[in-house]
Structure formats: structure tokens, C-alpha cells
Design a protein around this ligand. Structure first.
Ligand code: B3K
Ligand code: ZN
Length: 869
């Protein structure tokens, strides 16, 4: 298998000024004719031959200008078409035949529920026609779609519709996209779809037509996405000064999609799960996800499309920036504290794990076998944290100036992460050379923090040591530039901070740049409580030896939502690790119960959504990451035990909270959503108690709920409770009966069963695979059953028999035959073997090794071979 390296980047030998495509859609195949206006790139090395990408294509005709080429003029391989001795400037005419009906990889042009759609990022366009399928070749596209008259009501491509005519029984629709773009942003859709329309007036007064296309039965589920789109458009104008540029913005929902959505220019294609939403069938969390993904794809119009990536090593240039943008959008639309906690939680429990294992790679990787494997939490979420740090280092005004400069300087170009940082540097005159290491150095920095208090001098000193463990291929780690936000508390409030005689207010950002640094705070009249890494100001691990009382104080007092939550996570972690180690933890338990009691009793005094977050225990992957070799069984048991105990000791408070909030949970407003989340968190705890009245509570909520959040929370509480099996089975049957015609809800029904923490879930999962509603070709179904079991059912997947691991390997071998991207993605949990005790690690490796006996796709091969190292 061939490795692609950043160091081997060369500019393209040819550029494509114009791309004209004609698609003739037939029942059993599609013919694609292309006319490419090619010119030699003056910056290239003047190669005599033209080498185009192309895979799984049947070449029908090939001509240069008017000259038909014969087999001695060119050569094809499974990956390329090479045409010998081409002129400086010419039009290449090519016809290829493809088979969308047989395309199960869902990359290139394929059919989903009868409709045609495309997915070209990263390298799918080459499965449509021969092309320079690389992001630094940007071209103006014209697309003609031809199908039998009446076959499809909707025939779409990027840009504006030029004409729509019928001739000789064929419908011919002609599209033109005036903005140059790389081939990965090309899209085509043809199907029988209904359309919700609206309009948006941009800041400069232009009218934009907004359209959301779905199956007719889903039209009533598009209103929220439409509202979200308009909010995103306004937000990007107000926050980044970015205005939409075409006359029309289209979104199409498809059932079969490998990821969430795709930002094709003017024609976003969405997984139905990220666009459809209706209160009866969609949970609050899913509503927020729809809003976030709509924002994300819309924001790509500037961060990704107008300014794109030079090569795929720069993927985080568009993804990191766009995730940061969507995260701020969501924070502005909903609770900022909760969004920050959710993001930090993903970084800590998913990205840190990736960064500590065999698949660790920098935000800007240096090599890959299959680029599809690099759409990772490191590229996306850590990349977003890197942009966030830059934004914080510059401050809002300079950051905005820097992004303005970036968008105007590089408009219509394909650029690098370094170009982005350069803009930040130029505008701010700050030296970001050390900061750039965040792009090239993999691994998570650990900060060891110690302190001392000098009563005589009234000084408080913090000493911070940083070190980053080795990652594959990178043993020598340098000190990073870490913006470290802190505050100091006494038992009432945040203290004024004085450093070197300078007053800093009550919160400050320390620039940690050395292996070890000591900061001295002056005029501190008593030993303070440090509030560290406020707002999760950098994606780093910290360790500081907190006293129980200090954590309790931070939980009650800290005005930084993330730190409050983190203090609670810390306290819970102290209880859990002692349970896991078999140590006495009475003091920790008492402190935890007391502080939760205080919060629940006074819940009206705080944001209910934040309190709901604070009530959830540290998740298992995060707990596992705290050990050199974690015992997954012990971790799961400790968590269940603590949940049982919290429920038992605080049942009065939990029940009270549940009842009091009852009449605050109507509608889709932020306070109602917050109330639902807290109330359902209380319910989940109450179901840890083996009493009929709590089962009845859940049963009643399940039956009477007028929204999916409450109905599903009740169902989960029943299914997860170890002593409610009969009630749970009834509820599951009723739920399926009620929702069997809504695929997205059926997926939730699959998911709750696959994530049940007790009993023989593997058997249940195997049964679900042969359920009438299961479809192994549909990625959402694979995620709802297999991914749910393997990455969201820690206790069961890590059953000590190793059967969970074997099961996953078998499934992957099967899925890989059809859809390598999905197979490779599902493999992730097995790549974490390094986190676990020898017995588990050996079983996980054995499952990975069993895959090496098979014929594997490049995608799965790369992950298996790298993770076994
Ligand atoms: N850019 C796409 C991801 C494409 C993944 C290709 N394997 C969605 C997004 O990040 O917006
Ligand atoms: Zn993206």
C-alpha cells in the first residue's frame, strides 16, 4: 500500500480552467461526459504527460480537442489515466460509464432510497470521471443532468440553475457554479423530493432562496433546520462579516450517508439524522445537533469553500476552523457553559484517548495511506481547540481582523494551516512560532501543578511543569505555548490577582511556554483555592492535588461553568478511583453526597442544564484514560455502584427535583430543555432504586410524554434499570409499535438496546442484526447497533470473555466488503487496546489480528496495521 507524504507535495502540473459535465442517468448505469479545459501550470515541472485520477470507471471515449485518442496515446491503471505528450492548452473530452446502483461504499455517485446523490470528499470525484482530483485544482463547473422525462422531480447540482427543458422525452437540467472550486465540493442529486422554501436577505440586501429537499413524508420535519440555517447565516454576518454568495442555498436529506453532512458548494447533502427534527420524534440533544451541523456546513461556505485546503494534510485548516465556528454559534444560541463542557468532554474522553494510542497524529499529519481515515477527533476537535487558543491569544478584535485578512487574502485559493497562522501573526504582531507546534506535534501535554503559600510575604506560587509523552514516530517532544486561564478563590469569591505588581482583575491567562514555570501572586492574604484551566483554555491534561473541601467550594462557587463541572468530575473521580483500587473512600463519598445534596436542594438557584451535566459521572473511557492499564470491568462496576449509592442516599432530593420541575418542561425554549435535562437526570438516578414507585414514574412519563426527549429518557431509564426488565420490554414493544415508520426513531430503539449496561447484550445485538428494520447497508443502522455497542457500551463491549471484541471484528470484516469507510470507522474502539489490562489488551489485539487474515480495504488495512504496532 502506498503512503502519501506531506513532504512530497508538488504543485499540479496542469490546471483545469473549466469543467463541463453531462450526466445521463439510466436505470442500470450512468454515462458521464466531461469536457475539461486544461492548461499547463507555469509553476509545474513541465512534465510531458498528463496524469489524471480515476477509479472504478469504464472508459468509453477519449479525445483531445478534435482528435480521438487511441490506445497508444494513453494508459490506464486501476488508479490513473495517463495521456502521453499533451499540448500546453487543450480540451479533453472523455466519457465514462459508472454504476451508481452497485455503489455500496457511498462514495462517488450512488443511490440512496431511489435517489441519486454524490459524496466526493475527499477522493470520491475520481469514481465519477477522470480528473485532477486534488483540492488545489480549482475549476469553474457546469453540469448538465439528463434523465427520462418524469423520472425525477428534482435534479440538482452546484450553483445556479441555467435552464430546465424537455426534449425528445428527456429532461435536461443545466447548472452553473460561478465560483471556482475543487472537485471534492461537486454535488449532484436526482430524485423525487419535496421542498421547503424560504428566503434570507443578506446584510447587503441580496435575496437568497433557501431550499430543503426531503422525502415528502419528512417535510414537516424541516422547519427547525430552516430556522437554524437562517440563524447561522445571520450569525456569520455578524460574527465574521461573512455573507452568502450565491442566489440559492440548497440542502438535501439522504438516508444513506457515511457521516453527518457535506458542504458541497450551494448544495449541501445531509444525513437525515442531521436535518430532520420534530418535537414528537426528536430529542433536545438531536435538535441541538441539527442546529450545530446546519451551522457547520453553512460556515464551510467561507471556511473551506471560498478558501480551501491546498492538500489533505491541511484538512484541519477547514475542519478545525469550522468546528470552532459552529461551536461558538451553538454557544451563542444555547447555554455557553454547557456547550463548553460538552466540547471539553469529547476532547478529554475521545481525543486524548486517540492521542495516547497507536493512531495518534498531529493536527496537521505528515503521512497517510487512506485520507478517509483522517477525519478524526484530532483533526476536527483538537483542531478547533487550536483555533480557539489563537482566538483567545489575540482577543476578539484582533482575531476578527485576522480572519478578515485570511478570507480576503486567500479568497478563491487553496492554502495551508501556516497561511492561517501567518494572518494571526501579522495582525497581532505576536510571535506564534512556538504556538505552531500545536499543528506539528502529536500527543497531549500533561501539566503537573504544585503550589505553595508564603504567609509572611502574602505570596502564593504556582509551579507548572509540562511534558508531552511520545507518540508513534515522534519521541522528542518540545514545550508548547499553552494559554492557561486561572483564577484564585477564597471561600466566598474570586480574588483580585496581582502579578509583578500588576493588577490582573480576577481572572488571567498565563502563557505557559517552558518546561517548568513558576508564577507568583502577590497580596494574597490566605491560602487560596486555584481554579485551573478555566473555560478549558487549552486541550491539556492537568493534575493538581485538590483537597476535598477545595473541590466542594469550587463546585458551589466557581463562576466558570467548565471549572464547576470539572471540580465535580474530580470529586467523583476520587470516589471512583478509590473504589476501583479497593481503598477506603468514606470521606470522599461523604463530601460528594453532601455537595450534590446541596446543589439539588437549591437547584432553582442555578442553570438546570449545567446541574444536569454536573450530575453525570465521569464517563468510562475518560476514567480508563487515567490509568496506565485500566480494568474496564472494575470501572463499569464502580460507576454503577456510585450511581446506586447517590440514588439511595439522595432519593428524597432527586424525587423532589423531578416533581418540582414537572410544569417547567413544556416547549422548545432553553429553560424548558434545561428543565427536561435535569428532570431526566434525576429520573435516571431514581431507577437505580429497586422500587415499584420509581418504575411507575418512568412508565407514566413514557406513556404520557408529549415530546421525544421525555419519552426516550423514560425508555432509557427503564431499559438500563437492572430490576425493571418486564416493564422495559413492554415499553420497548410499545415504542417500536408507535415509531416503526420513522427510521430515525427506530435507530434510537436499536441504540437503547445495544447500550444496556447489564445482561447478555451481545445476544440482543445479534438478534437486532436480523430484525426486520435492520439494514446492514445503511450507515445509521450500523451506528445504532454496532457502533452503539462497541463505543457506547463500555461494560458489555469489554466483557472479559472477549466476545464483544470478536463480534466487532467479524462485523467489520463483513462491512468492509461493502463500505470500507464505515468499516474503518467502526474499528476505532479496538485500537484502544493499549489502555487496558494485559488480559483485555491481548483479547483486543487478537480480534485485530484476526482481521489481518482477511482481504482488507486500504481503509481498514491502515487502521489494523498501525494499531497493532
Ligand atoms: N467535510 C465533510 C466530511 C467529509 C468526510 C469524507 N470522508 C463534512 C464536514 O466536516 O463538514
Ligand atoms: Zn466540516
Amino acid at each position: 500500500t502506498i503512503v502519501t507524504r506531506l513532504a512530497d507535495y508538488r504543485v499540479p502540473e496542469f490546471l483545469i480552467e473549466k469543467t463541463q459535465l453531462t450526466f445521463e442517468l439510466h436505470e442500470a448505469h450512468t454515462d458521464v461526459s466531461s469536457q475539461l479545459t486544461l492548461v499547463r501550470n507555469p509553476q509545474g515541472s513541465q512534465a510531458a504527460h498528463l496524469e489524471l485520477h480515476g477509479e472504478q470507471l469504464e472508459l468509453l471515449t477519449l479525445a483531445i480537442d478534435d482528435r480521438v485518442l487511441t490506445s497508444k496515446d494513453y494508459r490506464t491503471t486501476p488508479q490513473n489515466l495517463t495521456i502521453y505528450n499533451v499540448p500546453e492548452r487543450f480540451v479533453l473530452h472523455c466519457t465514462t460509464r459508472i454504476y451508481p446502483e452497485k455503489n455500496t461504499a457511498l462514495e462517488g455517485l450512488y443511490r440512496s432510497s431511489g435517489m441519486y446523490c454524490t459524496q466526493c470528499e475527499a477522493e470520491g470525484f475520481r469514481k465519477i470521471t477522470y480528473y485532477l482530483d486534488r483540492p488545489d485544482v480549482m475549476s469553474e463547473f457546469e453540469t448538465v443532468i439528463i434523465a427520462d422525462e418524469g423520472a425525477f422531480s428534482t435534479m440538482l447540482s452546484n450553483g445556479n440553475c441555467v435552464s430546465d427543458t424537455v426534449k425528445d422525452g428527456k429532461r435536461i437540467v443545466h447548472w452553473h457554479d460561478p465560483f471556482k472550486k475543487p472537485s471534492y465540493l461537486f454535488a449532484l442529486v436526482a430524485g423525487n423530493l419535496a421542498c421547503l422554501e424560504d428566503h434570507f436577505t443578506t446584510q447587503s440586501g441580496r435575496q437568497v432562496l433557501l431550499q430543503i429537499y426531503t422525502a415528502a413524508k419528512d417535510q414537516d420535519k424541516c422547519h427547525f433546520a430552516m430556522q437554524s440555517l437562517k440563524k447561522a447565516m445571520r450569525w456569520d454576518e455578524q460574527t465574521y462579516g461573512r455573507e452568502y454568495d450565491l442566489d440559492r442555498f440548497m440542502i438535501v436529506a439522504v438516508d444513506d450517508f457515511n457521516m453527518g453532512a457535506m458542504e458541497n458548494k450551494g448544495l449541501n447533502v445531509f444525513n437525515t439524522s442531521c436535518v430532520l427534527a420534530h418535537p414528537a420524534s426528536t430529542t433536545d440533544a438531536a435538535f441541538r445537533r441539527v442546529e450545530g451541523v446546519i451551522g457547520h456546513e453553512y460556515f464551510h461556505n467561507w471556511s473551506g469553500n471560498r478558501v480551501t485546503c491546498r492538500d489533505w494534510f491541511q484538512l484541519s485548516l477547514k475542519e478545525g476552523l469550522t468546528v470552532f465556528r459552529d461551536s461558538e454559534f451553538s454557544a451563542d444560541m444555547n447555554s455557553r457553559a454547557v456547550k463548553r463542557i460538552e466540547d471539553a468532554n469529547v476532547i478529554r474522553s475521545v481525543q486524548f484517548v486517540e492521542d495516547a494510542g497507536p493512531m495518534a497524529h498531529p493536527v496537521r499529519p505528515e503521512s497517510y495511506m487512506e485520507i478517509s481515515n483522517f477525519y478524526t477527533v484530532t483533526i476536527y476537535e483538537k483542531g478547533a481547540e487550536v483555533v480557539r487558543m489563537l482566538a483567545n491569544i489575540l482577543g476578539p478584535t484582533l482575531y476578527r481582523q485576522a480572519t478578515d485578512l485570511y478570507f480576503s487574502r486567500f479568497d478563491g485559493q487553496a492554502v495551508t494551516c501556516d497561511d492561517f497562522v501567518q494572518c494571526m501573526e501579522e495582525v497581532s504582531s505576536k510571535d506564534l512560532s512556538q504556538f505552531r507546534l500545536w499543528y506539528s506535534q502529536a500527543g497531549t501535554p500533561h501539566l503537573q501543578i504544585s503550589d505553595s503559600y508564603d504567609a509572611a510575604r502574602q505570596q502564593y506560587s504556582l509551579t507548572i511543569r509540562q511534558y508531552t509523552p511520545a507518540t508513534p514516530g515522534q519521541t522528542d517532544k518540545k514545550a508548547l505555548h499553552i494559554p492557561f486561564k486561572i483564577a484564585l478563590y477564597d471561600n466566598q469569591a474570586a480574588l483580585p490577582l496581582v502579578i509583578n505588581g500588576q493588577n490582573q482583575g480576577t481572572e488571567t491567562v498565563l502563557d505557559i511556554c517552558q518546561d517548568e514555570q513558576t508564577i507568583v501572586f502577590e497580596q494574597v492574604t490566605e491560602p487560596p483555592i486555584p481554579s485551573l484551566l478555566r473555560g478549558f483554555s487549552a486541550p491539556v491534561k492537568i493534575s493538581y492535588d485538590y483537597q476535598l473541601l477545595q473541590l466542594q467550594q469550587l463546585i458551589l462557587l466557581d463562576n466558570d461553568g467548565f471549572c464547576r463541572w470539572d471540580a465535580m468530575q474530580n470529586l467523583m473521580r476520587m470516589v471512583l478511583s478509590k473504589t476501583i483500587d479497593g481503598a477506603n473512600n468514606h470521606a470522599e463519598q461523604a463530601a460528594l453526597i453532601a455537595v450534590i445534596k446541596q446543589l439539588l436542594t437549591n437547584h432553582a438557584m442555578m442553570d438546570a442544564a449545567l446541574l444536569a451535566c454536573m450530575l453525570s459521572l465521569p464517563n468510562s473511557p475518560y476514567l480508563a484514560s487515567l490509568y496506565e492499564k485500566a480494568d474496564p470491568v472494575a470501572i463499569s462496576q464502580a460507576r454503577t455502584q456510585l450511581q446506586d449509592q447517590i440514588a439511595a442516599e439522595l432519593q428524597t432530593e432527586l424525587l423532589n427535583c423531578y416533581q418540582v420541575l414537572q410544569d417547567q418542561t413544556h416547549g422548545l425554549t432553553a429553560p424548558a430543555m434545561a428543565a427536561r435535562s435535569l428532570r431526566n437526570a434525576a429520573l435516571a438516578y431514581l431507577l437505580h432504586i429497586d422500587e415499584v414507585r420509581y418504575r411507575e414514574l418512568a412508565q407514566q412519563q413514557f406513556a404520557q410524554a408529549n415530546n421525544m426527549t421525555d419519552q426516550y429518557a423514560a425508555l432509557c431509564a427503564l431499559v438500563y434499570a437492572e430490576h425493571a426488565e418486564a416493564t422495559a420490554q413492554e415499553a420497548l414493544a410499545a415504542f417500536y409499535q408507535q415509531w416503526q415508520h420513522e427510521a430515525l426513531v427506530v435507530n434510537m430503539w436499536f441504540q437503547v438496546q445495544a447500550t444496556r449496561p447489564w445482561g447478555d447484550v451481545l445476544q440482543t445485538v445479534r438478534k437486532l442484526l436480523s430484525h426486520e428494520a435492520f439494514d446492514a447497508r445503511n450507515p445509521n443502522k450500523l451506528r445504532a447497533v454496532i457502533a452503539a455497542f462497541a463505543s457506547r457500551n463500555f461494560a458489555q463491549f469489554h466483557d472479559k470473555s472477549g466476545q464483544g471484541y470478536q463480534f466487532l471484528a467479524e462485523q467489520i470484516a463483513d462491512i468492509d466488503q461493502r463500505n470500507p469507510q464505515m468499516a474503518s470507522r467502526l474499528l476505532t474502539p479496538l485500537t484502544h487496546w493499549h489502555q487496558f489490562t494485559d488480559a483485555h489488551a491481548a483479547l483486543m489485539r487478537a480480534a485485530l489480528e484476526s482481521l489481518t487474515q482477511r482481504e482488507l480495504s486500504k481503509d481498514v488495512y491502515e487502521v489494523v496495521s498501525k494499531s497493532l504496532h
